[in-house]
Design a protein around this ligand. Structure first.
Ligand code: AGP
Length: 607
């Protein structure tokens, strides 16, 4: 997934484009580039690596021009180098692209057969050649662009400019989002409202299949057939300030430490702490009449849903079918007529999650979305948004969004339990009390940072780590493994503790630390047995537990982290903190790029 920007401006646009790209770097940062038109000619600067490399190049060789396009890349086709960096040129045409042209090989072969040569390995370059070919065949720029769009299959958001016209910017959307922004005598195109937030909050989102013709005087919108259509203007809620790290070394560190506040803020949206009740938040379905709830998401968001499954089934006796969205979207799952679906996504733009939402929409299910970006595509396509009030999450590794997703899931499960009569007023009050304690307990957990940092230096010497957990600690084991591997690049796996003896125990020896997440709950003894099985085979154990658990664990450990006592319901939210801190400090000690780990991006808008 990449970020694209286009500006038809009143003065030189390159600095504005770079400013917008900074807000899109979370979408990918393998390379970046800007192209403008000046004196009737196209010119561009491109650079491999982070956006700062492009900024330095532009400082040395400024790019004049009152119209331009820009791009920050997450490589899909072609290695991340300058040649494959966007914008891509062909004749008078320059293109930037977010997505994947799935029939690019066929189109490339067609163009090659006509003698077209290629500069890059990218699918995007094909688009520039198709448009340029149309113009050589006598079509005007807009018509040539429209004809080229008809040839493309796959997911794409495009911005195109033409050397002969410095007042023409064409945009198109098929899948990944694209927004038009309205300025004073200038117009904008961007992957999302955050990118355009420095210039305007006056936004129109293209609908799937739309393309748009943008000039300084305004924009027209057209559907796939080319008919002009009207699209509504909205006022974006995207942040207009650029989030900074404060006095933290990394966004991830800042976001870990923000959790008590943002979880508290999120919980207060759903719970009346004073009354000890769950608020009557509007839902697009009646929990009392549901016979099944489908949950789907990706990555960490999926793991939040996995915890939610335990809560919905245990508290509300509501059966939950949960799957990773990349599987769910093709699984052809039969959906109940009395069912509903909830999709979880920090960015609200994850392609697989959006596709799964559309599958359920097509089947007529009422749709809820737990999202952190209020005007994202998933938010717009759901019947009801259940917001996580985490604020902008910049670190690629999701932390505060995850615990806020858990806070929302716990609140919705409680809401469902009340609606279904499976929890009485007294029990509701107790659960709300536990949840109200969460921010304080997370702050307590953060005080373990010193011992965790020491432990991380020892952990960084290993190449493989196993995380174990039972019940709602099992998704936490998966999340701890995901956090560690995605930012420290150490291989890590999460397993249900009870599964250890069914295979993974063959891995156990002194070279593979085992991190056991086990608050002292009703099945704690089972976790003790698992730890004994590990110890008997020379395995090194790190136990994350509470005071009672530390006292009851009759096994020698490499380290034991003693967490504050927490109710069963909220334990997963609290225990997220040590696994996040462990991954963070291991990555810092290993010197990886914590906020922008290699090969990753914050929002995966391609499948
Ligand atoms: C989280 O640490 C990961 N970076 C990733 O798994 C992420 O959770 C996943 O891509 C889903 O993103 P979303 O919440 O924006 O849909």
């Amino acid at each position: 997934m990449c970020g694209i920007v286009g500006i038809v401006g009143r003065s030189d646009v390159a600095p504005q484009i770079v400013d917008a790209l900074k807000r899109l770097e979370y979408r990918g940062y393998d390379s970046a580039g800007v192209a403008t038109i000046s004196g009737g000619r196209l010119a561009r600067r491109r650079a491999e690596g982070k956006l700062g490399n492009l900024e330095r190049k532009l400082a040395e060789e400024p790019l004049p021009g009152r119209i331009g396009i820009g791009h920050t890349r997450w490589a899909t086709h072609g290695v991340p180098n300058e040649t494959n960096a966007h914008p891509h040129f062909s004749g008078e045409v320059a293109v930037v692209h977010n997505g994947i042209i799935e029939n690019f090989a066929e189109l490339r072969a067609e163009l090659a057969a006509e003698g077209q040569e290629f500069e890059s390995q990218t699918d995007t370059e094909i688009v520039a050649h198709l448009v340029s070919r149309g113009m050589r065949q006598g079509l005007g720029p807009v018509e040539a662009a429209h004809e080229a769009l008809k040839r493309l299959r796959g997911a794409f958001a495009l911005a195109i400019i033409f050397a002969g016209d410095d007042d023409l910017l064409v945009g198109a959307r098929s899948g990944p989002p694209l927004a038009v922004g309205y300025g004073e005598g200038e117009m904008y195109l961007g992957s999302d409202a955050i990118a355009l937030s420095p210039f305007t909050s006056n936004i129109t989102y293209l609908e799937d299949g739309d393309w748009t013709v943008v000039r300084r005087s305004g924009a027209t919108f057209h559907n796939a057939e080319g008919h002009e259509v009207s699209r509504k203007r909205t006022r974006s809620s995207a942040v207009s300030f650029f989030v900074d790290k404060g006095n933290h070394r990394h966004f991830m560190e800042k976001e870990i430490w923000e959790q008590p506040d943002v979880v508290s803020h999120t919980l207060s949206h759903y719970l009346d702490f004073a009354e000890g009740k769950v608020r009557n938040v509007r839902t697009p379905f009646d929990f009392a009449s549901l016979d099944r709830l489908t949950i789907s998401a990706c990555g960490t968001a999926y793991l939040a849903g996995l915890v939610g499954k335990y809560w919905f089934e245990r508290l509300a006796k509501l059966p939950v079918d949960i799957d990773v969205a990349s599987e769910f979207r093709y699984r052809e799952a039969p959906l109940s007529k009395n069912g509903a679906a909830i999709f979880i996504s920090q960015s609200g733009e994850t392609a697989d999650t959006l596709a799964s939402l559309r599958y359920c929409r097509a089947a007529g299910s009422p749709i809820g979305a737990i999202v952190n970006v209020g005007d994202s595509t998933i938010a717009r396509e759901a019947d009801m948004v259940f917001p996580t009030l985490a604020g902008p999450e910049i670190g690629v590794a999701s932390t505060k969004a995850f615990t806020c997703q858990l806070a929302v899931m716990a609140s919705l499960a409680l809401m469902a339990a009340r609606a279904r009569g499976t929890v009485d007023t007294e029990a509701e009050r107790e659960f709300v009390r536990q949840l109200a304690e969460t921010p304080r307990l997370m702050s307590e957990a953060l005080k373990l940072e010193g011992p965790i940092e020491k432990l991380s230096h020892r952990l960084s010497k290993y190449r493989h780590v196993l995380y174990l957990g039972r019940d709602t600690s099992f998704p936490l084991a998966l999340e701890g493994a995901l956090k560690l591997k995605e930012i420290s690049y150490i291989h890590a796996e999460g397993y249900a503790s009870g599964e250890l003896k069914h295979g993974p125990i063959a891995l156990i020896d002194e070279t593979m630390p085992v991190i056991v997440i086990a608050p002292h709950d009703r099945i704690f003894e089972k976790s003790v047995s698992n730890m004994q099985e590990v110890a008997a085979r020379g395995g090194k154990i790190v136990l994350i537990t509470d005071r009672k658990g530390a006292e009851a664990a009759t096994v020698e450990t490499m380290d034991t982290l003693v967490m504050p006592d927490a109710g069963d319901l909220v334990a997963p939210i609290i225990y997220a903190v040590p696994v996040q801190l462990l991954a963070y400090h291991t990555a810092v000690f290993m010197g990886t790029d914590v906020d922008q780990p290699r090969n990753l991006a914050k929002s995966v808008t391609v499948e």
